[in-house]
Write a protein that binds this ligand. Structure first.
Ligand code: NI
Length: 146
């Protein structure tokens, strides 16, 4: 076991935390099922993901991510609206993949990169178009050190 000085030197903070019994068991199960190296490794991933998500909610920091949309292409004017919004945001959209899911539904995945507030605004506008059944913005970061 590392003593406090060694862990500090290695850039690691040792935390002690309390979890309800049930949740602690769930954590151990998650470690096994995900094949994580340890509880610490899994909690590190969870905290890091939440920090990225939280920071991305505002600000000019550059982020990258994907906007996933599912929509019924028969919905009136829907494709024209989506196309207009995407052309207005051409500097944010890196790439688009379109999949015809079924007779009605299309899946679109937009790779995006740009200031956090602009990317989020684009995602919100696309999600608000009538006929969009599902929309999700998944964010990663372009910053180093994460
Ligand atoms: Ni389609």
């Amino acid at each position: 076991m590392n003593n406090r000085n060694n862990t500090a030197a290695a850039g690691i903070a040792r935390l002690s935390l309390s979890l309800p019994n049930g949740l602690a068991q769930e954590l151990d199960q998650l470690v096994r099922e995900k094949g994580a190296a340890s509880r610490s490794a899994l909690v590190t991933d969870l905290v890091r993901a939440d920090v990225v998500e939280h920071r991305s909610r505002r600000g000019k920091q550059e982020i990258a991510g994907a906007i996933t949309l599912v929509y019924d292409h028969h919905a009136r004017n829907l494709q024209a609206k989506l196309t207009d919004l995407q052309h207005d945001a051409e500097n944010l959209i890196v790439s688009v993949m379109h999949v015809h899911l079924s007779h009605h539904d299309c899946l679109e995945v937009l790779a995006v990169r740009g200031p956090a507030d602009k990317v989020r605004t684009l995602a919100d506008r696309l999600a608000a178009v009538r006929g969009v059944k599902h929309s999700k913005l998944t964010i990663t970061t372009t910053e180093r050190g994460h």
